[in-house]
Design a protein around this ligand. Structure first.
Ligand code: FES
Ligand code: FES
Length: 247
């Protein structure tokens, strides 16, 4: 009845009745919205007693013993805990810094059996049986390592946030160079030892970002230690002077 009236009102007998069409459109839109919301409503209908997914998937902590700066730390860690978090949050060694937490800044650099690694990119459980050296372990018998002294003498830091990682990286850099490892800027990889240029230092330290821009002084400090001879006893020792090796 209403459609006839609308047609009469418009004065056009062939015109399509508009109001019912709009009603049909609104009805179908409401139906579509109901279908779209159905999964959400079903999720809300789930029994409140069902455990959350995170709780169902959790793996319980397990005993892990890490040797850090010559000392054994018996920890209980979930397998997903990174070495960086294990050092800072479980072993209480706050010297190693968390910058990006994704392998881009180098602030978390530590030594594992003398090799520098980003501790945010590796799981703690993978390092049982290795000697981990953090910045706290670079000094020996209460004396700063040559690299630590050089950083102070050459003013190679400002805020200091990147410095623990820079020190570990620079310490390992000299060992790598002494062992004959080439870098991408080594002009002649057949020549040993390669020339220890500032370009070599910059390239080999390129994984360690300094937001304060202390790069020139960091290069100067590394060069000074290299020119000063070996840094024996500095690379990997604990605070009690017990060397942990830097091979
Ligand atoms: S915190 Fe590990 S690389 Fe940035
Ligand atoms: S000294 Fe501040 S980030 Fe390097």
């Amino acid at each position: 009845m209403s459609s006839n009236k609308e047609c009469q009102d418009s004065g056009d007998k062939n015109a399509t009745p508009r109001r019912p069409a709009r009603r049909r459109f609104l009805q179908s839109a409401a139906a579509a919205a109901t279908v779209g919301a159905a999964p959400h409503l079903r999720a809300q209908d789930q029994s409140p007693s069902a455990p959350p997914a995170q709780a169902r998937d959790a793996v319980p902590p397990r005993p892990v013993t890490l040797t850090i700066n010559g000392r054994a730390y018996a920890l209980r860690l979930e397998p997903r805990v990174t070495l960086l978090d294990a050092l800072r949050e479980y072993a209480g060694l706050m010297g190693t810094k968390k910058g990006c937490d994704r392998g881009q800044c180098g602030a978390c650099t530590v030594l594992a059996d003398g090799r520098r690694i980003n501790s945010c990119l590796t799981l703690a459980v993978m390092h049982e049986g290795q000697n981990i050296t953090t910045v706290e372990g670079l000094a020996a018998n209460g004396a700063l390592s040559p690299m630590q002294r050089a950083f102070i003498e050459h003013d190679a830091f400002q805020c200091g946030y990147c410095t623990p990682g820079q020190l570990c990286s620079a310490t390992a850099l000299l060992s790598e160079f002494r062992d004959g490892a080439a870098s991408t800027v080594t002009a002649d990889v057949r020549r040993r030892p390669a020339q220890f240029s500032d370009d070599e230092i910059r390239e080999r330290m390129s994984g360690n970002i300094c937001r304060c821009g202390a790069y020139a002084n960091i290069v100067a400090a590394v060069r000074a230690v290299h020119e000063g001879g070996s840094q024996s006893g500095s690379a990997a020792s604990d605070g009690n002077g017990n060397g942990t090796g830097n091979a």
